[in-house]
Design a protein around this ligand. Structure first.
Ligand code: SF4
Length: 353
């Protein structure tokens, strides 16, 4: 059984041609109906209405899954949903309500092996990579099952996207397909802890140029960053800076530097000055994010006044700073709070016993 969510419209066209002797006309109709309009019952589309035999044959060989949403929690500006996958593992996604639109923060792995000290997902270790269709499923669920007008996507949920780059790039391509979900690359942001080979690979792909990148920096001295983010030992700051400086951005483009502000850890004046030094000469914007303690947090939550204070120090150095206020904390949907419970869903548990 082929999964529609693993395909672009062109992939579907190839598959239809090979397996059912049909081509672009039926592919476009089916793809637009399901991926563009959220109607899983494509057999009623005029293109298939006249040939129910074909519709039945396609239905029998093409999986159009529906997300099994097993938990939701939300506030006015932040809504988390948990999806049970076919193997019973769970992933979490968050819809953030912005001023003019909604953004989906989606997961790319079950767990994560990067082990960042401030992150709940990191405590799980890596359980497995997600397939492209499992990333697309999160968008389909948000748009059509939960009826949320998701316009932007950030690969910033559970997992390190560059640690599963083949699958993530396929998902980027599928989400951007104009005949389907139509979320252009400029509305997709890939977040990374700074896996330099991933940057190099993206840099070599002309087609990925409009994709936004966000580097999760969180400290601008190697000692502190290695303590917070073990990956820094493999890819230290000098190498990261060189990589960012050489990255071929589109004209006027910038890379986001995400900085989770942890009280008493990386929020001093010296930390701000080190961050300003790192950013100097780079095409970057800084995104200040409050620390969310989660269930096993080592530090207290960041207060909005600390974000103001730290942001002001960066403004003084002429940096462009975007601040994210503490949202979603109450429902464990804040940054760094996803996951931490590598359990299978109860139905699977019962089946397994
Ligand atoms: S912050 Fe991101 S990369 Fe680091 S452990 Fe958490 S999910 Fe993994």
């Amino acid at each position: 059984m082929h999964n529609l969510f693993s395909m672009t419209c062109a992939d579907l066209e190839n598959w239809l041609r090979l397996s059912h002797g049909k081509g672009a006309f039926h592919a476009k109709a089916l793809y637009h109906e399901v991926m563009g309009r959220g109607n899983r019952d494509f057999a009623l589309h005029p293109a298939f209405e006249k040939s129910q035999k074909l519709a039945l044959a396609v239905e029998g060989s093409l999986d159009v899954p529906e997300a099994r949403i097993v938990e939701t929690a939300g506030t006015d500006d932040s809504f988390k949903f948990v999806t049970a996958l076919d193997d019973g593992l769970r992933i979490e996604s968050v819809i953030l309500t912005m001023e003019s639109h909604e953004t989906l923060c989606l997961s790319t792995q079950v767990g994560c092996r990067m082990g960042c000290a401030f992150c709940e997902t990191g405590t799980m270790g890596l359980i497995r990579n997600l397939q492209p269709e499992e990333m697309v499923l999160q968008v389909m669920a948000a748009r059509y099952q939960l009826q949320r007008p998701v316009r932007n996507v950030v690969y910033m949920g559970m997992g390190e996207p560059m640690d599963n780059l083949d699958a993530v790039l396929k998902a980027v391509e599928i989400l951007s397909d104009q005949r389907g979900l139509n979320i252009p690359l400029r509305r997709q942001t890939l977040s990374t802890v700074g896996l330099v080979p991933g940057f190099k690979r993206l840099a070599s792909m002309e087609s990925m140029r409009p994709l936004h990148l966000s580097l999760s920096l969180n400290a601008a001295s190697d000692d502190l960053r290695s303590e917070l983010m073990p990956v820094n030992r493999a890819f230290p700051l000098a190498l990261l800076k060189k990589t960012l400086a050489e990255y071929p951005l589109p004209s006027g483009g910038a890379i986001l530097l995400a900085y989770v502000l942890i009280p008493g850890v990386n929020d001093s004046r010296e930390d701000a000055m080190a961050l300003a030094d790192f950013a100097e000469g780079l095409p970057v914007r800084i995104n200040l994010i409050p620390y969310n303690p989660g269930t096993c947090g080592r530090w207290p939550a960041t207060e909005d006044k600390d974000i103001h204070r730290f942001g002001a120090l960066l403004y003084e150095k002429g940096l462009f700073v975007r601040k994210r206020w503490s949202r979603g904390r109450e429902v464990m949907a804040g940054c760094g709070q996803l996951g931490g419970r590598p359990e299978k869903d109860s139905k699977e548990k019962q089946e397994a016993t």
